[in-house]
Design a protein around this ligand. Structure first.
Ligand code: BES
Ligand code: ZN
Length: 637
């Protein structure tokens, strides 16, 4: 399911490979670096980081809620790597560029530049002429109210209804819609920002947010560690802070902050457990920002400030593996980063594995196994239907592939499964030490699958030569389907759920209330997932009377229950279905509902009506996914 939403997000990126011109060949005079950097061209960026790279970014920007724009200056400190390079190429999308200047002596002098026509996927290439190879270049710009990486919410769309709200979502290639950048994970830079806004909103960034900051419309930030552009983040609104521990806490709207802090109260324990496994947390504070329900993802690992959907706040902490996931990215992703989305599994697969280890450390093996089982059942169901080339974790070097599908269930769940396979073969102690060494070795670098494999060969495989074969590794990384060597998961909790479901389907007898009262979200999910394509309306009614699925506040249950009711013609659920998809914008939860609706003419009509009402409150990413689905369905009718 997760993959489907991500697939749709990646669909936008599909054309990228075709519309790119090849980067010019390296110039002979370039001195060879001591360690050859892998030539792994990022098809989603116009930047030429092997010629010149941003080392530091200083932003001086204003957040304008009336105009729905972010504008001001971006000043880059540059590292000129190629001694003959005379241009700085930046990625932009829908930005208005007012002027470009270069620092010369102590003064700023205008530079010539050209903003190319907009490519639908990549945006507009900004080519700046820098014959003097200036150490600093400054761009004055304004974002568009339709910036793909920002959402602007009116006060009515917020919890408190008093103040407007805005937030960014830069991954995968949306940072360029609010800052001109070398928008590729191959470039890492430090940043600082001076941000002004109306004085009644709090502004936060993926940087050193001060829990005690006062609202005055004038904020400064520093991110002293080098980060890739997709981790640039900003949010502003009626945000208050509540601590969880000395280094962790929650930012949220006042009406939400207590519930969120309670739900996420285990965060400090999660940080400590991850440090125990993989070494110190290197980013100083770890705070979470709870976004409005329109946030299109579950979470986003913006450094020092994960962005979190409110849909995981269900009152019993059963969905906090999402926090474990975003926290885990502080090692896998933010510290050691994929060098392009083609190596997505290095971020998401490693993170899903670490997430599961955190869940196991805090909540026990059984909970961790249930989570693995849910993810793997979905992967098993889906992988066979995917194009062969997208079933492998990584594309063999030299293979040209559509730049799609980098972040599917394959990256997340086959990736985590591969690491669990290695853990079982080498033993937990050895594998934990290896992974810790890997995070240290590649800290603050962006790497390819092949760099991981080389490192693993030297530091794991060759050290214990008979534990895994080369062929097994090749099959995991480059093969299709699920390898025969995949470890199986056992869950007692799920056996009990299976038994209850089978008994009910056979006899109509619902399980004992004492039993189901103790079920956690994962068991309800598993209970529903095993129901098959359809049930009778009477059966659905019986379940609804007993468990009140229709109208549930738990999105993980809703995203499974509503499609089942639609397929089965259980029309009583319709008003609540409409409410759900109009209130929530998280794609993973609502796309399965839309997908089921569009299969019939009445369903399609309902989907269109709901979408029309929801659209002003949806994020551009969600709008894009729903629009694409509705257009396809309408064309097919
Ligand atoms: N980094 C991802 C979100 C993302 C991926 C945004 C690709 C844009 C492109 C984040 O860490 C993530 O994986 N979020 C998941 C939650 C997780 C528990 C699997 C999500 O949003 O569903
Ligand atoms: Zn992730």
């Amino acid at each position: 399911m997760r993959s489907l939403a991500l697939l749709l997000s990646c669909a936008a990126v599909l054309a990228a490979g075709c519309s790119k011109e090849p980067e010019s060949a390296p110039v002979a005079a370039t001195p060879k670096p001591a360690v050859e950097t892998p030539v792994d061209r990022d098809e989603h960026s116009y930047a030429e980081p092997r010629k010149v790279a941003i080392d530091d970014l200083a932003l001086d920007i204003a957040v304008d809620f009336d105009a729905k724009t972010i504008g001001g200056t971006a000043t880059y400190t540059l590292d000129w790597k190629d001694k003959t390079a005379t241009q700085l190429v930046l990625d932009t999308r829908d930005l208005t560029i007012e002027k470009v200047e270069g620092e010369a002596g102590n003064a700023w002098a205008p530079l010539q530049y050209a903003l190319a026509a907009k490519d639908p996927v990549l945006g507009s290439k900004l080519t700046i002429e820098t014959p003097a190879r200036n150490a600093k270049v400054r761009v004055t710009y304004t974002s568009s109210p339709e910036a793909s990486g920002l959402q602007w919410l009116t006060p009515e769309m917020t919890e408190g209804k008093q103040l407007p709200f805005m937030f960014s979502q830069s991954q995968q290639i949306h940072a360029r819609s609010w800052v001109p950048l070398q928008d590729t994970p191959q470039v890492r830079y430090t940043y600082s920002a001076h941000v002004t806004s109306r004085p009644d909103v709090m502004v936060l960034m993926s940087a050193d947010n001060d829990p005690a900051a006062v609202r005055d419309g004038d904020y400064t930030f520093k991110m002293p560690q080098k980060i890739p552009s997709y981790l640039m983040a900003i949010a502003a609104g009626d945000l208050v802070f509540k601590p969880i521990s000395a280094r962790s806490g929650v930012w949220a709207e006042p009406a939400m902050v207590d519930r969120a802090t309670k739900e996420f109260e285990d965060t400090e324990k999660m940080i400590a457990a991850t440090e125990q496994l993989y070494g110190p947390y290197r980013w100083d504070r770890y705070d979470m920002l709870v976004l409005p329900p329109s946030f299109p993802y579950g979470g986003m690992e913006n450094p020092r400030l994960s962005f979190i959907t409110p849909t995981v706040i269900v009152g019993d902490k059963t969905l906090v593996s999402l926090i474990a996931h975003e926290l885990a990215h502080s090692w896998s992703g933010n510290l050691v980063t994929f060098s392009s989305a083609k190596h997505g599994w290095l971020n998401e697969g490693f993170t899903s594995y670490v997430e599961n280890r955190i869940v196991e450390a805090l909540y026990g093996k059984e909970t961790a196994s249930m989570e693995y089982a849910i993810a793997r059942n979905a992967l098993k169901k889906e992988i066979g239907t995917m194009p062969e080339a997208t079933q492998s974790l990584a594309v063999k070097p030299g293979t040209q592939l559509d730049a799609d599908d980098a972040l599917s269930a394959v990256s997340y769940d086959k990736g985590a499964w591969f690491l669990q396979f290695l853990e079982e073969r080498f033993g937990r102690q050895e594998f934990d030490a290896f992974l810790r060494g890997y995070f240290d070795h590649f800290a603050f670098q962006s790497i390819t699958t092949e760099q991981f494999l080389d490192y693993a060969k030297k530091n794991l495989f060759d050290k214990h030569p008979n534990l895994v074969s080369d062929a097994e590794i090749q099959t995991w990384v480059y093969g299709t389907g699920i390898p025969a060597t995949a470890p199986q998961v056992q869950s007692r909790g799920f056996s009990n759920t299976d038994t209850a479901r089978i008994a009910w389907q056979g006899s109509g007898q619902l399980p004992n209330k004492q039993l189901t009262d103790a079920w956690v979200t994962q068991q309800w999910v598993h209970f529903l997932e095993g129901m098959g394509e359809t049930l009778t309306v009477e059966q659905l009614k019986q379940l609804d009377d007993a468990y009140h699925f229709t109208g549930t506040a738990n999105g993980e249950i809703a995203m499974r229950w509503y499609p089942l009711t639609i397929r089965s013609g259980y029309v009583e659920a319709r008003p609540e279905i409409a409410r759900f998809i109009e209130r929530v914008g998280r794609r993973k939860l609502i796309m399965p509902v839309y997908e089921e609706l569009v299969k019939t003419p009445e369903g399609l009509a309902l989907a269109k009506e709901s979408f029309a009402r929801a659209r002003p409150g949806y994020h551009p990413i969600t709008t894009g996914s729903v629009e694409a689905l509705l257009a396809k369905a309408s064309a097919g009718q």
